[in-house]
Design a protein around this ligand. Sequence first.
Ligand code: ZN
Length: 171
Amino acid sequence: MWLVRMKDLTANFHVLGVVVDVMRESGVTEIQVSSLWRNSVNSPHKQGMAIDITAATRNGVTVRLNNDTAGTQSEEAMRIRDDIYNAFVNDERVSQALDPWRLESRGETSYSLENKWQNVYNTYLLPRGISLSEYNDATSQQQLRWVENDSQRKNMLLHRNHLHVSIVKAK
Ligand SMILES: [Zn+2]
């Protein structure tokens, strides 16, 4: 069981408002969600200010927001990814949109990067003999240490199989 504070639920309400607007704008009618609020330390999910999306469907075509295990996807599927991703990035209520292809962050930590998680894996995990599932199961501090304390490298690895969206604090 989890204790959920009223203000965390209110924040979730704002996240879902952004998601509904983005779905309308991009013509997406279904999404698969792997996390909304969750009890994780130092994560915007704990404040109810983030959502993780693993797939999106438009007109019967589904894109998997994953370039690790999903295999090659159709051009139409990738257009859906671009449309939903760009709609999130263009929404001023969004502070971070991190997916298997790009990492866009603004506010306190600002960056715009291609997601090169395979390079990060080859450079930092492979030589240490660490598998991706071992990486996923490690603590946040350990995940950061393995990539020599670079949080962008950590974000690349973590977002190889979903789209994470954070919102700014509601006024
Ligand atoms: Zn997330």
